[in-house]
Ligand binder design. Structure first.
Ligand SMILES: Cc1cc2nc3c(=O)[nH]c(=O)nc-3n(C[C@H](O)[C@H](O)[C@H](O)COP(=O)(O)OP(=O)(O)OC[C@H]3O[C@@H](n4cnc5c(N)ncnc54)[C@H](O)[C@@H]3O)c2cc1C
Length: 402
């Protein structure tokens, strides 16, 4: 594992830090420091900055409106944005649109699909969500039962999806649907792009433990999409879905470790400000969190090394996911214990930061920590539960029997 970046990547870092210095407002403390109104205004302006510098889709090729960055430049960009507390993904649908849908269309889309869908992700006209999970198909994704039947030049879709993040804000869904009920379960699936804005689709938000309707149930009753909206082969959707999930790659790993480090520093401040710095139990738990944080950082570097060498994500991706998600639960539980009774009635409700610690600038108050604590529950479920990650590690790293 080589812990240094290439000279070119370091030049790019200097370019990005100077860009951030010249574009961010004076006295900038990070997005987390803004109240919800200021946040909306900043994000609208920030979108224009990213557009102007071709950073909205930094990893897409330039001919499709992307920044054409190399893998190491992407990793550096993620790190510098994280340190500055500014996001690359500006809306709740952007991760699905830029990372998942965008990458799969780039990899397997027809020229027509590329020229139709990619510019609309960049312009924001299409807001995407991911329709994989169903009540009977989560970890066992191959059990998907939502059906699509070909009628003329359209697919007619019936069934239900669940846990669709930001589905209530989306106008397009990429979904895994069953197109052959006779075939073995991995072979009868198709990866379909479905417009959400039609009478055959009903979206019902589900309230989460933190009170936010982040995800949804989606019901299809004779919903329709054009026959052209298949990615890859009809009945070849399993491979397409697996490739799509593989796009949640290692370029973000070290940036996430930086966010955890900043969060840990806030926790130390919280402990001191609440007069708990002398408490031996709190000190022992803090020390344990710190050592685990170093493991997260080193695992992230290993994951980045695989990514930079151009290899597909290996089993180390399962180790990183398992480790950071469980670390995050223990660190936020410590914060809540330090807050004591105040955690039961937090000062203010904060906007959630769904997939990791708050951005820089987040206030060090009970509202922020309780929001983090509640979000951390989901981290050992989404993108593969801890049990599933342990199965992957057992089978593929340790070579244990299935
Ligand atoms: C915040 C959040 C956002 C999400 N967003 C989306 C989204 O946008 N789109 C989407 O399609 N899905 C989304 N999901 C769904 C997510 O992918 C599933 O929740 C996840 O895959 C687990 O599936 P499940 O909930 O059906 O649980 P199940 O698969 O029913 O599992 C239930 C329990 O059994 C365990 N288990 C299952 N199989 C095994 C096994 N073989 N060995 C050992 N233990 C096992 C699991 O680990 C778990 O503890 C989201 C989930 C969350 C929490």
């Amino acid at each position: 594992m080589d812990l240094r970046y290439s000279e070119d990547a370091e030049k790019y870092r200097a370019h990005i830090t100077s860009l951030l210095g010249s574009t961010l407002p004076e006295g900038w403390h990070g997005l987390g420091a803004l109240d919800p109104g200021e946040r909306g205004t900043f994000l609208r302006e920030w979108r224009n900055v990213l557009l102007e510098h071709r950073l909205l889709a930094p990893h897409w090729p330039t001919e499709h409106g992307g920044g054409g960055l190399s893998n190491s430049e992407r990793a550096v960009l993620n790190e510098e944005f994280t340190k500055a507390g500014v996001p690359l993904m500006l809306t709740d649908n952007d991760a699905s649109g830029f990372q998942l849908l965008g990458n799969i269309v780039l990899a397997l889309g027809t020229p027509e699909q590329k020229s139709h869908f990619l510019p609309r992700v960049i312009s924001g006209e299409h807001l995407w969500c991911q329709g994989f999970s169903e009540p009977g198909a989560g970890s066992d994704l191959a059990s998907v039962a939502t059906r699509a039947v070909r009628e003329g030049d359209e697919w007619v879709i019936n069934g239900q999806k669940i846990w669709t993040s930001a589905g209530h804000l989306a106008n397009w869904m990429f979904a895994l649907v069953r197109t052959d009920t006779e075939a073995p379960k991995h072979r009868g699936l198709t990866f379909l792009l479905i417009p959400m804005d039609q009478p055959g689709i009903e979206v019902r938000p589900i309230s989460q433990i933190n009170g936010n309707p982040e995800f949804n149930e989606v019901f299809f009753t004779d919903a329709r999409t054009s026959a052209e909206n298949v990615i890859g082969e009809v009945n070849g959707g399993w491979g397409v879905a697996m490739m799509t999930l593989g796009f949640e790659r290692g370029e973000n790993a070290t940036a996430m470790a930086l966010r955890f480090q900043a969060e840990f520093d806030r926790l130390v401040d919280l402990v001191n400000s609440r007069g708990r710095g002398d408490d031996p139990q709190v000190r022992a738990r803090l020390a344990r969190c710190y050592t685990r944080l170093q493991v997260v950082r080193l695992l992230a570097m290993r994951s980045l090394t695989t990514f930079l060498s151009g290899e597909p994500p290996g089993p180390e991706a399962a180790i990183v996911k398992l480790y950071w998600s469980e670390y995050w639960q223990s660190v936020s539980a410590l914060a809540v214990d330090v807050l004591g009774a105040e955690a039961i009635a937090p000062t203010v409700q904060r906007p959630p930061s769904a997939d990791g610690p708050d951005l820089h600038g987040a206030p060090n108050d009970s509202g922020s920590w309780v929001g983090t604590y509640l979000n951390a529950f989901a981290s050992t479920i989404y993108t593969g539960t801890s049990e599933i990650q342990r199965n992957i590690i057992a089978e593929r790293v340790l070579g244990l029997p299935k």
